[in-house]
Design a protein around this ligand. Structure first.
Ligand code: GLN
Ligand code: ZN
Length: 654
């Protein structure tokens, strides 16, 4: 399973090889088309395009890594032909092929595959209107030329929200005459109401290029990436609600824009929209002059800790006095049914604050005792007060709003409910100091303060679209910086700032990646640039593909980093084998927390030994891949017992 482009939606990666036989098995597309038709609705069946399908696949286990997957295209197209024939027979007049891989940096060989595939399908597609849909970024000019030159295709769809340059490309490179342009002007990835007046101007411009009746108003991508219906939001503030549009409202916007283009403007709807747009621009709840000033000042200067990491680690070690191969965990301990009940009842005001604090303190105390018994070196408080690592902070920061039902599918029946960042972000008061100090008071071992970093808070929220993302990120960084300073002042010596989602926010286009990494890493450094040398800053990152951003990880300049790793050991270590120097502490996870399986001492020791072959012994930490909140104590206790035993075994051999 992997993330679908830069969304939080997951798909199963097809694993293919030379002997793969492709046959037509699931007739889902046809039965759903017929089901809708029986209700009197003629739908456009949407299929993943054959080239994107192949480009997202990978060689199966045992297949040579350099196996040319595109060589399978011909046999896959046979199946597409069968599906198309069946859809035609069922009465479909349009078919949509999603080819989002067109927004990536494809080489000419990959682009040729589009020409080949759609020429091969041309006779099957005769008598049909065929749409190639792209989304999530601009389509590079080369790719634009390739697809708009395809004779089998009658319509092309582009994301005009994330693809900020595409409208200009259409104007300058031209558009094939007689074909349709599906203009993705309503944002399918966010929750903001469309600025209808400004969209109408863009649409009219495009209509002048492609011709009347050839412009189709559309959403920028599938609506599965946004929340479903604003009607379900009973608790949102009225003014904020007027600024929003979820999927159900976006469809109405598309319709209104389309009618307006045809000269039938719904005046009432348009003027209500204009009023909401201007209230959003001028609302005092959006702007906080002080925050704007502070964030603007951060942008242009660099922020680094004064001393080099090697010196800092020595200074910290004098205070922390840790053994070699120190053991720790990444933060959360199992979230029991009882714990969830306590938080729910407190939220519903069924139990008093006093009772709530007592229950959480008891939980922290249990977690601390357990870690002492297990003989872990750097402890955590277990995060029992948090439902979610972003929502918990969002609820305490200003500029955030929360939905009751704004769920977005992540995979299967799993959904996430991202907070909405609508205004300038600030921190009215300390967020974690009470719990971290309480936890530290229960033990003489170092207790990690536990924070979520600015980039992760940003990437897991619906972000405001009225200023660049990096400006919002700097504001969050400034708020987290204050929290770090308060934790330090309260005597917390080790502070972990999680950047679980830094890697997944990497833009799809290579040309945009350096800029993102630059402000993302800078934001992280802002959070902790002012702490003393003796304060040890940790960070943690999920998603195990770090090789391409290893230099950015180094520039984050944290004292210690723990990484998700156990499912791709070799990959991460190969970077260091190839000579990348890492001087800070590093803890590539020694076991997979996504599985209930309990790793043995031998197997963990073996893993650590492999790491020791490439990493210096004095920088290596021993920890699981990620937080333990989804696991049971019956899994966590033996797994951590074995982890500590493995670290001790290796210490005795060194
Ligand atoms: N500190 C968090 C935890 O352990 C980190 C979770 C994450 O990286 N997704 O739960
Ligand atoms: Zn993680």
């Amino acid at each position: 399973m992997t993330k679908w482009f830069d969304t939080n939606y997951h798909f199963i990666v097809p694993e293919l090889g030379p002997n793969m036989k492709f046959t037509y098995s699931s007739h889902k597309a046809i039965s759903e088309y017929k089901e809708a038709k029986a209700l009197g609705i003629d739908t456009v069946p949407v299929l993943i395009g054959p080239v994107t399908y192949v480009l997202l696949s990978k060689p199966a286990k045992g297949v040579n890594k350099s196996f040319p997957l595109l060589s399978l295209l011909g046999s896959i197209l046979h199946v597409y032909k069968e599906v198309i024939a069946e859809l035609k027979a069922a009465g479909a007049s349009w078919i949509q092929f999603d080819e989002p891989s067109l927004v990536m940096d494809l080489d000419s060989h990959q682009l040729d595959a589009f020409t080949k595939a759609y020429s091969e399908l041309e006779s099957s597609l005769s008598d049909l209107n065929v749409l190639i849909e792209t989304y999530f970024a601009d389509v590079p000019v080369e790719a634009y030329r390739t697809i708009t030159g395809l004779s089998a295709i009658s319509a092309f769809g582009f994301d005009l929200v994330r693809g900020t340059k595409t409208a200009d490309v259409i104007k300058s490179a031209g558009f094939p005459s007689g074909k349709y342009l599906f203009a993705g002007i309503v944002d399918g990835r966010n929750i903001w109401a469309n600025d209808l007046a400004s969209s109408l101007t863009i649409l009219k411009d495009l209509e002048a290029v492609v011709g009347k009746d050839k412009l189709v108003v559309s959403t920028s991508c599938s609506l599965m990436h946004t929340a479903v219906d604003l009607v379900n939001e009973t608790k949102l503030d009225g003014e904020i609600k007027s600024w929003l549009a979820f999927a159900a409202q976006k469809v109405v916007e598309v319709n209104a824009l389309s009618k307006a283009l045809a000269g039938q403007t719904e005046e009432v709807f348009f003027s209500a929209n204009a009023a909401a747009q201007s209230s959003r621009k001028s609302s005092p709840r959006v702007t906080n002059a002080e925050v704007q000033k502070a964030a603007a000042a951060l942008k242009d200067s660099d922020h680094r800790r004064a001393t080099n990491v090697g010196i800092r680690l020595d200074t910290q070690q004098k205070k922390l006095n840790l053994p070699i191969l120190p053991t720790t965990t990444t933060g959360s301990f199992p979230q029991t049914v009882e714990l969830r009940r306590v938080r729910r009842e407190y939220k519903a005001k069924k139990i008093s604050e006093e009772e709530y604090v007592k229950a959480i303190e008891e939980e922290i105390s249990k977690v601390v005792k357990l870690q002492e018994e297990l003989d872990l070196d750097v402890l955590v408080h277990g995060e029992p007060e948090r439902n979610d690592m972003v929502e918990y902070f969002g609820e305490q920061l200003s500029g955030f709003a929360f939905t009751v039902n704004g769920w977005v599918q992540s995979y299967g029946s799993r959904c996430v409910k991202p907070p909405i960042i609508y205004g300038d972000v600030s921190r009215p008061k300390a967020m974690t100091v009470f719990w971290s100090s309480t936890a530290q008071s229960m033990t003489s071992r170092p207790m990690k303060g536990m924070l979520t970093g600015p980039v992760t808070i940003l990437n897991w929220s619906f972000v405001r679209n009225d200023q660049p993302r990096h400006e919002t990120c700097y504001q969050i960084a400034f708020a987290i910086k204050k929290e770090v300073e308060d934790l330090e002042a309260a005597g917390i010596q080790v502070i972990q700032i999680d950047e679980a989602a830094l890697r997944e926010g990497l833009p799809l286009r290579k040309s945009e990646q350096a800029f993102y990494l630059d402000w993302a890493v800078h934001s992280f450094r802002i959070t902790n640039c002012s702490v003393k040398d003796t304060t040890q800053i940790h960070t943690h990152m999920c998603y195990s593909n770090f090789n391409d951003i290893i230099h950015s990880i180094i520039s984050m300049d944290s004292d210690v980093i723990t990484l998700e790793n156990s499912r791709s050991d070799e990959k991460l270590l190969s970077v260091f084998r190839e000579g990348v120097k890492y001087g800070a502490g590093i803890g590539p996870g020694v076991y997979d927390i996504h599985s209930p399986r309990i790793p043995t001492t031998e197997e963990i020791a073996d893993r650590i030994n492999k790491m020791l072959a490439v990493l210096e012994v004095n920088i290596l930490w021993v920890n699981p891949d990620c937080g333990l909140k989804t696991r049971k104590y019956t899994e966590v206790k033996p797994a951590l017992t074995n982890m500590v035993a493995a670290a001790k075994l290796l210490r005795s051999q060194l």
